[in-house]
Ligand binder design. Structure first.
Ligand code: GDP
Length: 467
């Protein structure tokens, strides 16, 4: 294990051109990496599904499963054997190393996936937002058993909100795993009925039809995850398995030529498998970071030097857009970094502001949005009190044209241009301004989401940063 604090700072040895060349060459020989978030109503079967997929792809050993089974039987949850495999990732959290999102990886024939765990319980939506903001693809797990799908889809269920959140946060690709079909004797009618309810909703909230796929599965029997064995299913389904579906996903283009941006999702001082010292984790949203580079930590005036980089458990000389990285830093104190900080080159900083305009889609808030409306603003892993200080215009949902200026309120499902101000802006201090960028400059840095009293009320993109 490399002790980062004691290493001398290496000089920057590679030019960006050379790295880009290498990245291109690697793309031709190595499996592309996609990050994946699993969402859905509580008890839909997310843990069971992913635990089972990891196991079938050989990422967890039989011994681990057996030991998990024993543990779960001890506390009377026999059927959670696979779920426990998945939950084992929580151990890291308990050891106090990582806080919000646990990460694991698995490989299919042609791809490698970084799996971001997003807890599905109502209280954990903020964590889920952080996870979804780092994902390329979402698997939406729905419970196909009688009545259960509707429970998750209608008032108060998390199916709608999660789907809305991931789309608002930039995830374009979604796979719907219609789970527990074993419980309805693999009814094709039931599967189609769920499709008919969900598909129009997903296109309504902005998923392109060709980026939506549905797969009938049973997480607990393992049907149609990596293979099809059940005759009742095969009688009407001859499409791909869930894993085949994952394997054939298109690879998103990465913003390599854009300025480096790493929103921090976690800060810790400790040890990983490969290095120790002060570190942050975060997704490289755009650009390239390399060991030896000096990075500004915004907001704030401090900079740190990248002493080591870890991606998927390995030390690497550089990491590129799309990678979920652990970045070991020196020359900076832990109190200069927080969840929501953004690492970027000092010469290409992200604007740090307390006021901005945004174009948003209003969801279904209990109370209509009027000027002065207090919200919690979510931007990557940061959530911060803010106010919608002005309603500038209502917009046509498809053309974006102004239909009304200075509306008095924003109705449900409307589109609008609003002005947002951080609530601590007037009291000054570090929380008074945050690094944020217009969507037109950097897509990943320009997405925002607004919640109030535990419900998501609106989401959209930053138009202009003001002051
Ligand atoms: P999560 O809250 O979405 O992670 O759901 P879990 O994975 O914890 O599963 C919730 C419950 O549904 C557990 O009792 C599972 O055993 C059960 N379950 C999960 N998948 C299936 C399935 O395919 N068929 C049936 N019949 N039960 C399932």
């Amino acid at each position: 294990r490399m002790k980062v604090d004691e290493e001398p700072a290496p000089a920057i040895i590679m030019s960006k051109e050379k790295i880009l060349k290498e990245v291109k060459a690697k793309a031709a020989t190595e499996k592309p990496v996609l990050s994946l978030v699993v969402i859905g109503h509580v008890d839909a079967g997310k843990s069971t599904l992913m635990g089972r997929v990891l196991h079938e792809l050989g990422e967890t050993t039989d011994r681990e499963v057996a030991s998990n089974q024993r543990q779960s039987e001890k506390i009377g949850k026999g059927s959670f054997a696979y779920a426990w495999t998945f939950d084992a990732m929580d151990e890291e959290r308990e050891r106090g190393v990582t806080i919000d999102v646990a990460i694991d990886t698995f490989s299919t024939q042609r791809k490698r996936f970084t799996l971001i765990d997003a807890p599905g319980h109502r209280d954990f939506v903020p964590n889920m937002i952080s996870g979804a903001a780092q994902a390329d693809v979402a698997i939406l797990v729905v419970d196909g058993a009688s009545g259960a799908f509707e429970k998750g889809f209608e008032g108060g269920g998390q199916t709608r909100e999660h789907a809305l959140l991931v789309r608002s946060l930039g995830v374009q690709q979604i796979i719907v795993a219609v789970n527990k079909l074993d419980a309805v004797r693999w009814s094709e009618v039931r599967y189609k009925n769920i499709f008919d309810q969900l598909f129009p909703f997903l296109t309504d909230i902005g998923f392109m039809p060709h980026k939506i796929t549905f797969v009938p599965v049973s997480a607990s029997t393992g049907e149609n995850l990596t293979k099809q064995t059940n005759e009742l299913l095969r009688a009407w389904y001859d499409g791909p398995t869930l894993v085949e579906e994952l394997d054939s996903l298109p690879v998103p283009t990465r913003a390599l030529d854009v300025a480096l941006r790493i929103p921090v999702s976690n800060v810790f001082k400790g040890q990983s498998a490969t290095a120790s010292g002060l570190a942050v984790t975060g997704r490289v949203e755009s650009g390239i970071v390399q060991v030896g580079e000096k990075l500004a930590a915004l907001p704030g005036d401090e900079s740190g030097i990248v002493r080591a980089l870890e991606v998927n458990g390995e030390l690497v000389p550089y990491a590129t857009a799309g990678a979920n990285a652990t970045i070991f830093l020196s020359g900076i104190e832990a109190n200069q970094l927080s969840v929501g900080s953004v690492l970027c080159p000092r010469s290409q900083p992200v604007p740090v502001v307390s006021t901005f305009t945004a174009q948003v889609l209003v969801f279904e808030p209990k109370h209509p949005i009027t000027a002065g409306y207090a919200v919690e603003l979510f931007h990557h892993s940061r959530d911060i009190p803010a106010s919608i200080v002005a309603l500038e215009a209502m917009l046509d949902k498809t053309t974006g044209k102004v239909t009304k200026t200075s509306p008095r309120m924003l109705p449900k499902n409307s589109s609008a241009r609003i002005r947002v101000q951080l609530r601590n802006a007037t009291t000054g201090g570090r929380s008074g301004a945050i690094p944020i960028e217009p969507f037109s400059v950097n897509k990943a840095m320009g997405r925002v989401l607004f919640r109030r009293n535990g419900e998501t009320v609106a989401a959209g993109i930053v138009l202009e940063t003001l002051q």
